[in-house]
Design a protein around this ligand. Structure first.
Ligand SMILES: CC(C)(COP(=O)(O)OP(=O)(O)OC[C@H]1O[C@@H](n2cnc3c(N)ncnc32)[C@H](O)[C@@H]1OP(=O)(O)O)[C@@H](O)C(=O)NCCC(=O)NCCS
Length: 267
């Protein structure tokens, strides 16, 4: 196992992952942000270097103090050799299987690792690369503040608990966000990204739905991220018709890969 350190190695990794898009998308996005200030304090491990087969991006041990916090204890994996990567994943200091943890990967084959290594769940999603958008006039996104994390948390499919709220607060503090206020000055529609650069926490208050608000904030977020030079992409549940229609309206490109997440617990 090699810990990649130094700007040159990490840039080489980013360049190599770029060549394997879209399968490497989540790991590519995460490494991109490591190379732009590493705001989530993550590290990249490879099985060998420079001709790596498998990359694992994970938090530093000192940031993984809560054994039950799978939002923080999250690993992103990309491999060129799904059949043989298990040995690397099981080697010491790559994944701490004693904690509650989350694994995300675009690669379907990872399901096998999930079965071998831990109990978990798989969720498949449509993946969108946010390009070729329709233009909106007067886009002026409002940035969210930490106090609005509880609202985002309430409507986030994967959230609704104290740990997810802490994770959302951290995302709001760290990355660009986009939101709209209603007539009362309260947040009514929002969109934000996670440490991989994926925009995956969008919502509109029920009483404001169907008015094009989420389409507006998603577009505003795209504009902000593109100005910063960030890779822009999202996923949506295959059953979430509203989000898929929004993606169609904004002319997002559907990517030929899956979105997989395992929530694992020690047995
Ligand atoms: C999904 C959600 C964000 C949509 O917000 P919204 O502000 O109502 O979305 P918009 O008004 O911009 O509508 C987007 C598209 O979906 C359509 N739509 C909205 N609600 C719909 C519904 N219930 N069923 C089918 N289509 C719907 C709209 O007509 C629009 O399509 P169009 O561009 O072809 O007209 C909102 O319903 C929500 O917060 N749901 C719960 C949380 C969630 O699912 N978040 C997204 C996953 S991260």
């Amino acid at each position: 196992m090699f810990l990649l350190q130094g700007a040159q190695m990490l840039q080489m990794l980013e360049n190599a992952l770029r060549k394997s898009l879209p399968e490497s998308l989540k790991v590519f996005g995460t490494v991109f942000h490591i190379n732009h200030g590493n705001p989530f304090n993550l590290k990249a491990l490879v099985d060998k270097w420079p001709d790596f087969n498998t990359v694992v991006v994970r938090p530093q041990e000192e940031n993984m103090r809560d054994d039950l916090d799978h939002y923080t204890n999250t690993y992103h994996i990309y491999t060129r050799d799904p059949k043989n990567c298990q040995e690397f994943l099981d080697s010491p200091d790559v994944i701490n299987w004693k904690q509650h943890l989350q694994i995300q990967s675009k690669q379907e084959e990872c399901y096998v690792w999930g079965i071998i290594s831990a109990e978990g769940t798989v969720r498949e999603r449509e993946i969108y690369l946010l390009r070729q958008r329709t233009s909106f006039d007067d886009v002026s996104p409002l940035s969210l503040c930490g106090a609005q994390a509880s609202l985002v948390n309430k409507f986030w499919y994967y959230g609704g608990n104290e740990r997810s709220q802490r994770f959302i607060e951290r995302c709001i503090r760290t990355f660009p966000t986009s939101g709209l206020l209603g007539p009362e000055g309260n947040l009514v529609s929002w969109n934000l990204m996670d440490q991989t650069g994926e925009t995956r926490m969008a919502g509109t208050l029920p009483e404001y739905r169907g008015q094009g608000l989420v389409s507006y904030v998603v577009h505003a977020q795209e504009v902000t991220m593109e100005k910063l030079g960030f890779p822009v992409y999202s996923h949506t549940d295959k059953t979430n018709i509203a989000m898929q229609r929004m993606s169609d309206t904004l002319h997002h490109l559907t990517m030929p890969c899956d979105w997989n997440q395992w929530i694992c617990m020690p047995v």
